[in-house]
Design a protein around this ligand. Structure first.
Ligand code: UGA
Length: 464
């Protein structure tokens, strides 16, 4: 099939590349010429395991190309995926300006029947707005678009489909290639039926063993994406709140996690207490859904609490540090392992490390940070965070060795659960720290094992 990805960011690139890998002819479009030049010269603008090799292979095979030419890209695809950003507006709702600009471009250049698929995370009802924007352009071109029935030949007609993505950063290629479900919302029209058939063919390679596709109406598909992320984020905030209580009552949240996760109705995934969730999806999508609720006079109280708990949770590790050292951290020096919001990515958006570093540095501490890949991105983000007090940036240094970051530090603070942090040589850790003291924001180690090693250990929700 001929496929076009409009928007070559994280979602567009992964989706386009994986469809090319399955044998489709794929064009990825972006307005950012630097990004397209980089891709055309073999570079990849994001860090995602496995992606670079896949891009190189499919580009070399002639199945994947990159362009800034909108007309060419729209002409190429029978299926046009919209995969542009929906950043939060000032009030938290998703800003649709990029999505609607793409819709207008499609309407301006399309010929014949096009299936327009929304991959961007968008509020319920956006597909209708996309359809209106395309129709308005077609009318301006002198066509009277008929969404109810695809026309013959080159007369433009279209169907707008919702196909939300459920990719996790750091595991996106794997998630795409082995989806647990494929959600597709199609309109109930003749054009919708034709789109449904085409989507079935496009996703057929994933359904060989059993059918993972859920066809539904467009609005339910749009809603499913927000519902999934909200449910996952709710589990995390719920566990974080329980973890804080567990500390008070002398229970261990890790034991509790095993105890409840073994109930298949609950399950083990996404029950890890820690320093809160970050990233480009959960915080933004929750805000957007809260806003949608407000607009429809249907307040989402649980989600409001999920957010509040998460903001607070980003500082629980700092609270423990303050309880141990006192309110002023002047003269204290900390080693910090992990800057990215989670492992296997260099993404620093809403990363708990930013809140933690800010709180420590504002109290007078100095920090030496180590992250396997996010350091350069972190430097830029922290420069923004400290824009009002740039002199404080001097308090943050970076190391390219996790052991060297420990040198003469008063404590080790772990913020991201990178695999490489899971079994360090603890004798080396102790030897380099000025005190054997560890604040573990991801519960990577067992309190008993730490006690045996002579390390003073503070986890999240553990019986210390
Ligand atoms: C999330 C969803 O998991 C994807 O299904 C979805 O497609 C994606 O958002 C999106 O909307 O694009 P992602 O943000 O990449 O994916 O990251 P997750 O692996 O879900 O982790 C989110 C945050 O939750 C991280 O900060 C992580 O450290 C934290 N987390 C996760 C916990 O604190 N505890 C857990 O048990 C699990």
């Amino acid at each position: 099939m001929n496929i076009t990805l409009i928007g070559s960011g994280y979602v567009g690139l992964v989706t386009g590349t994986c469809f090319a890998e399955l044998g489709n002819q794929v064009v990825c479009l972006d307005v950012d010429k630097r990004k397209i030049d980089l891709l055309n010269s073999g570079g990849v603008p994001i860090y995602e395991p496995g992606l670079q090799e896949l891009i190189a292979r499919n580009a070399a095979a002639g199945r994947l190309r990159f362009t800034t030419d909108v007309q060419d890209a729209v002409a190429h695809g029978d299926v046009l995926f919209i995969a542009v950003g929906t950043p939060p507006d000032e009030d938290g709702s998703a800003d649709l300006k990029h999505v609607l600009a793409v819709a207008r471009d499609i309407g301006r250049w399309m010929q014949g029947f096009k299936i327009v698929v929304n991959k961007s995370t968008v509020p319920v009802g956006t597909a209708d707005k996309v359809a209106q924007a395309i129709s308005a352009e077609l009318e301006a071109r002198g066509h009277s678009p008929n969404q109810a029935g695809p026309q013959d030949g080159n007369i433009p007609s279209f169907a707008v489909v919702s196909n939300p993505e459920f990719l996790k950063e750091g595991a996106a290629v794997e998630d795409f290639m082995r989806p647990d479900r494929i959600v597709i919302g199609v309109p109930g029209s003749e054009a919708g039926n034709r789109a449904r058939e085409a989507m079935r063919v496009l996703y057929a390679p994933f359904n060989r063993n059993h059918d993972r596709t859920y066809f539904m109406d467009v609005r339910s598909a749009e809603f499913t994406k927000y519902a999934a992320n909200s449910m996952l984020a709710s589990r995390i905030s719920f566990m974080n709140e329980l973890a804080n209580l567990a500390e008070q009552v002398g229970a261990d949240i890790e034991m509790v996690r095993h105890g409840i996760g073994s109930d298949p109705r609950i399950g083990f995934n996404f029950l890890y207490a820690g320093v809160g969730f970050g990233g480009s999806c959960f915080p933004k999508d929750i805000q957007a859904l809260i806003k949608i609720g407000q607009e429809h006079n249907s307040r989402l109280r649980i989600l409001e609490a999920v957010n509040e708990v998460n903001d607070r949770q980003k500082l629980v590790l700092t609270d423990k540090i303050i309880r141990r050292f006192g309110d002023s951290l002047k003269g204290r020096h900390f080693a910090l392992w992990g800057l990215a919001f989670k492992p296997n990515t260099d993404d620093m958006r809403e990363a708990p490390s930013r809140a933690i570093i800010k709180a420590l540095v504002e109290r007078g501490a100095t920090i030496c940070a180590y992250d396997p890949i996010a350091t350069e991105v972190a430097k830029q983000c922290l420069a923004q965070d400290f824009a009002a007090a740039p002199e404080l940036l001097k308090a943050i240094t970076y190391s390219d060795s996790h052991f060297e970051a420990l040198n003469s530090a008063d404590a080790l603070v772990i913020v991201t659960d990178w695999k490489s942090f899971k079994s360090p040589d603890f004798s080396e850790v102790k030897a380099r720290l000025s005190e054997p003291l560890l604040f573990d924001g991801r519960n990577l180690y067992e309190p008993e094992a730490m006690a045996e090693l002579g390390i003073e250990y503070y986890g999240i929700g553990r019986s210390n």
